[in-house]
Design a protein around this ligand. Structure first.
Ligand code: HC1
Ligand code: SF4
Length: 570
């Protein structure tokens, strides 16, 4: 242990602790901007400077460790003045038109500048200018970048893709796409993790809210909205609602107030995905000698983009099942249009997703088969739908919970856990077990694949067949897993991959709480919803059973293939 004094308070902390952590663990906050624990500890912003008795210069608290007898001041006149100058200098190179910024009210720079009482920027404004690719789902605003390097680090260390790098030198230093490429020429997976780790508004998703407002105002359009599994665990965060209050049924009433005609659940098609993908896997197992294993899940578009750019020779190992989002669009504009007895081109299909890559997915030509424009017309992130709720001045606190519309709003507990890493695998195994044995397993029989670990594996018995499964989330973990498969170090039959750490719960379109990872907490909500659902198996969803009876026939039928599957190689 080391004895130190911070702001006249005697403290004992273990050796090797940073000054920042020592202060934090004793409820002494030191403001910081670029710091991310174990990811970005480079002291680039110099906002966390502190004074140490006997040392002439100020030091950064995030990457200097305590020493025996250190006397530290976190808020002395010298610290305050330097911190203020540092923030003013950052602001002089930052487009600080906060009123027109997507992160206003949720921006670390804004908070720090306000806390320091900065009311004017005494330095000449010097903003960088660069063109960004118009319409790309991921948007970079160079004028807001504060060069904290977080995007570089998260893309490099967590996602293993190195899309960002520093460009130019000196005062012209900026962050840009690496190797002088345009973003669309890079291998960006569109996971959005750089967005959720940006402390300011330099990175954000393409805003598609106006397209939805226009559709809602168009009387000829029938607006249909689907809510992704993981959205229900997070939508209330930015609105200051508690998890208990911000239920999915309150989101349903909020969307109804907004004017959507039909409010449905992506969970319905998550159940459908299980029927199709589970059957596909069992077919492959029957024909083991002629098939390549493992089969990989295909519901995460960030992962599909990664597979296509990094391991194109393995693309044929992806399940042919479309994602629940795309299955929903196809079903809404075929089966549901028939139920409504309307021309499918009148249906305007909106998705609310915790994901930025879904904006790309809905646009992929081989994922659009219903024949009435795009199957999913617009994808909104959780953050965008929160902005729409605000824009409409809807106060969810005043609304009662309401039910989803039927039949595409009926779903099982197996579907809701899709939103957490391991959930797709667990849901698929529940139904695969039934399809093989004609008996339901204990719904929690496959819970070994739950939890935040980035790479999990398990072996399960399916009627005497040992099935080796693995689950990975985060693309860095994914790369390690695939390399191990390619090197013959591991062998699996079925693998679930999600691009974002923790799965969709930690998706790149979810609300941002700077420096805090919320995937685990949100996953708990989803597992709780599974537990209390009367239906725990996709094959027991009565609306799915009816959809097969009345429309699709059976899993892997001709119609299923046309609407719900795709050739991933295209
Ligand atoms: Fe996901 Fe999925 S789980 S990919 O994370 O398979 O985005 O939530 O909607 O499509 O169901 C996301 C979540 C989501 C799909 C489903
Ligand atoms: Fe990297 Fe994901 Fe950001 Fe693309 S979206 S640059 S892959 S972190």
């Amino acid at each position: 242990m080391v004895n130190i004094v911070i702001d006249n308070k005697k403290i004992k902390v273990s050796e090797g602790t940073t000054i920042l952590d020592a202060a934090k663990s004793n409820s002494i906050p030191i403001p910081n901007l670029c710091y991310l624990k174990e990811l970005n500890e480079i002291g680039a912003c110099r906002v966390c400077v502190v004074e140490i008795e006997g040392i002439n210069r100020l030091v950064t608290a995030c990457n200097n460790v305590v020493e025996e007898g250190m006397v530290i001041y976190t808020n002395s006149p010298k610290v305050r003045e330097t911190r203020r100058i540092n923030v003013e200098l950052i602001l002089s190179q930052h487009d600080a038109r906060c009123a027109a910024c997507v992160r206003s009210g949720n921006c670390s720079l804004q908070t720090i500048a306000n806390d320091l009482g900065i009311l004017d920027i005494p330095y000449e404004e010097d903003l960088p200018h660069a063109e960004w690719t118009k319409g790309f789902p991921l948007v970079r605003n160079y004028e807001k970048c504060i060069k904290c390097m977080r995007c570089i680090q998260v893309c490099d260390k967590i996602q293993g893709l190195n899309i960002w790098d520093l460009s130019n030198t000196g005062s012209r230093t900026n962050v840009d796409v690496s190797l002088n490429r345009r973003i669309e020429e890079s291998d960006c997976s569109l996971c959005g993790q750089c967005i959720t780790h940006c402390p300011v508004g330099a990175l954000h998703e393409r805003d598609d809210t106006q397209k939805v407002f226009e559709a809602l105002a168009d009387e000829d359009k029938i607006t249909v909205v689907q809510i992704a599994p993981a959205v229900r665990a997070a939508w209330g965060e930015e609105l200051g609602l508690s998890r208990d209050f911000a239920t999915v049924n309150r989101l349903v009433s909020t969307l109804r107030r907004m004017g959507f005609d039909y409010i449905f659940d992506t969970n319905f098609t998550a159940d459908l995905t299980i029927m199709e993908e589970g059957s596909e896997f069992l077919e492959k197992l029957k024909n083991k000698e002629n098939e390549k294993f493992p089969m990989f899940t295909s519901c995460c578009p960030g992962w599909i983009r990664f597979m296509k750019t990094q391991y194109p020779d393995m693309v044929d190992q992806l399940s042919t099942a479309k994602s629940p989002q795309q299955m929903f669009g196809a079903i809404a504009k075929s089966y549901y249009a028939e139920l409504l007895n309307v021309d499918p081109s009148r249906i305007f299909c909106v998705s609310i997703m915790p994901c930025t890559a879904k904006k790309y997915e809905c646009d992929v030509s081989v994922l659009n088969d219903a024949g009435a424009g795009q199957d999913v017309d617009v994808v909104l992130t959780t953050r965008e739908v929160v902005r729409m709720i605000r824009a409409e001045h809807i106060v969810p606190e005043t609304l009662e919970e309401e039910e989803f519309d039927t039949p595409l709003g009926i779903s099982s507990g197996a579907a809701v856990i899709f939103g957490a890493t391991g959930g797709v695998m667990e849901a698929a195994l529940r139904t695969a077990y039934y399809l093989v044995t004609n008996e339901n397993p204990d719904p929690d029989a496959f819970k070994e694949v739950r939890g935040k670990k980035g790479w999990k594996e398990a072996i399960f018995d399916l009627d005497g067949n040992k099935i080796r499964v693995a689950v990975a989330s985060g693309l860095g973990n994914t790369r390690r897993l695939i390399e191990a498969i390619r090197n013959g170090e591991v062998e699996y039959d079925f693998v679930e991959i999600m691009a974002c750490p923790g799965g969709c719960a930690g998706g790149g379109g979810q609300p941002i709480k700077d420096g805090v990872e919320l995937a685990e907490e949100r996953a708990e909500v989803l597992y709780g919803l599974d537990k209390i659902n009367n239906i725990r198996f996709s094959h027991e969803n009565p609306a799915i059973i009816k959809c097969y009876e009345d429309y699709l026939g059976k899993p892997l039928s001709h119609r299923s293939h046309k609407l719900l599957h795709t050739d991933q190689r295209k």
